[in-house]
Design a protein around this ligand. Structure first.
Ligand SMILES: Cc1cc2nc3c(=O)[nH]c(=O)nc-3n(C[C@H](O)[C@H](O)[C@H](O)COP(=O)(O)OP(=O)(O)OC[C@H]3O[C@@H](n4cnc5c(N)ncnc54)[C@H](O)[C@@H]3O)c2cc1C
Length: 338
């Protein structure tokens, strides 16, 4: 509601909001055009385009000129406009630890720091994995293999020759990992809003799209006696490799322009850039794109943000795929030896 209110103010036209509501009712009608082209039908107001580009590139993993209007509308429907945003003060690791407890308390094992080096495939079926453990390799036979490392990496571990050409083509054409540059800024005075958990979405900056006063949420992460601000920056194109130095330079200019206190009171403590071919990009697929959880290899499934249900993105998408695959596996397999 807040977003639409800001939008209405910027554009000042009720008809745009009406069209937006219609779009969310029938997203598929807008599959053929980008969100930017959809909006241009109603307005070329720079602020309106800026607001939506910031929202879309922060949440839907592409700029408004890179993603279909249908995908954006389906996102607003599925994620209910992302009105509820949560940041776990001690990080997402806590969620993982809680999930691990469920496994161990039910007699299972959780191995960490044991990278999988191979998915074992025989007769068109996944039959296990090979992992590194305690300096050696261990093969674990299994009825089902569920991979969370992204479909491209899954193909590498199982062997490209095991997949059909259609599937390999999909991994090339339907996965567009989102590049991102993050910056952590320490300051002896708050750069923006202190004491409040909040996200600032920035419109019209060179690269920065969102800002989080991290020390308001996780004070333990800040250097002693300092404030910590965390910003995300999106490159102009999510299609091509970003030039990391250029991105960081533009973000530095943004910091100076957006935060008057930065130059005197702040210092960058860390840049973290994830390019389009990073093992851990911001997201592995855009909203409305991605590939399925099933693979051409029996008993091998993918979960994660590369296989989003329509309208889903990021960690929500990943969690949704896990529920879907768990449902299938629960029906198809009974616990026991492979
Ligand atoms: C800076 C940043 C901010 C983000 N903010 C948000 C946000 O606010 N909201 C949101 O919804 N999403 C956000 N995302 C996106 C979100 O983090 C991802 O979409 C989500 O983590 C994807 O989950 P996943 O399970 O698909 O994969 P990942 O979280 O990428 O997990 C894959 C795991 O597999 C491991 N792995 C890789 N290879 C192997 C191997 N061979 N053997 C064993 N393990 C292996 C990796 O180490 C990794 O732990 C953000 C991402 C970044 C980078």
């Amino acid at each position: 509601a807040k977003v639409l209110g800001g939008f209405a103010k910027a554009v000042g036209k009720e008809k745009v909001l009406g069209a937006f509501r219609l779009g969310t009712k029938e997203p598929e009608k807008e599959r053929g055009r980008t969100f930017k082209d959809w909006l241009l039908q109603y307005t070329d107001n720079e602020m309106a385009h800026g607001i939506f580009d910031t929202i879309v590139s922060t949440l839907a993993a592409a700029h408004a000129y890179e993603i279909s209007a249908a995908a954006v509308f389906s996102f607003f429907v599925a994620m209910k406009g992302f009105r509820e945003v949560a940041i776990p003060p001690r990080g997402n690791r806590v969620n993982m630890e809680n999930l691990a407890k469920v496994i161990t308390s039910n007699g299972g094992d959780v191995w960490t720091n044991c990278p999988a080096t191979r998915i074992v495939v025989g007769g068109g079926k996944a039959t296990g994995v090979v992992v590194q453990k305690d300096g050696g390799e261990v093969e674990i036979a299994s009825q089902v293999v569920i991979s969370d490392i992204g479909p491209k990496a899954t193909v590498e571990l199982a062997g490209e020759d095991k997949f059909n050409e259609d599937y390999l083509r999909d991994t090339r054409t339907k996965l567009k990992p989102k590049p991102v540059t993050m910056v952590f800024v320490a300051s002896d005075r708050p750069l923006w809003l202190e004491g409040e958990p909040a996200i600032l979405m920035v419109v019209g900056a060179r690269r920065i799209t969102s800002v989080i006063p991290l020390s308001s949420i996780s004070p333990q992460l800040a250097p002693p006696g300092q404030h910590l601000t965390f910003c995300f920056g999106s490159p102009v194109s999510n299609e091509t490799r970003m030039d990391v130095e250029v991105e960081q330079g533009q973000i530095l200019l943004d910091l100076k322009e957006q935060f008057p206190l930065f130059e005197e009171h702040g210092r960058v403590i860390k840049f973290d850039s994830r390019n389009i071919d990073d093992e851990l990009p911001e997201m592995r697929a855009r909203v409305g794109e991605g590939i399925g959880i099933e693979t051409p290899i029996s008993n091998l499934y993918n979960v994660g943000d590369a296989c989003p249900a329509p309208g889903y993105t990021g960690s929500n998408a990943a969690a949704e795929t896990a529920k879907r695959v768990a449902g299938i596996v629960g029906k198809r397999f009974k616990p026991g030896k492979a």
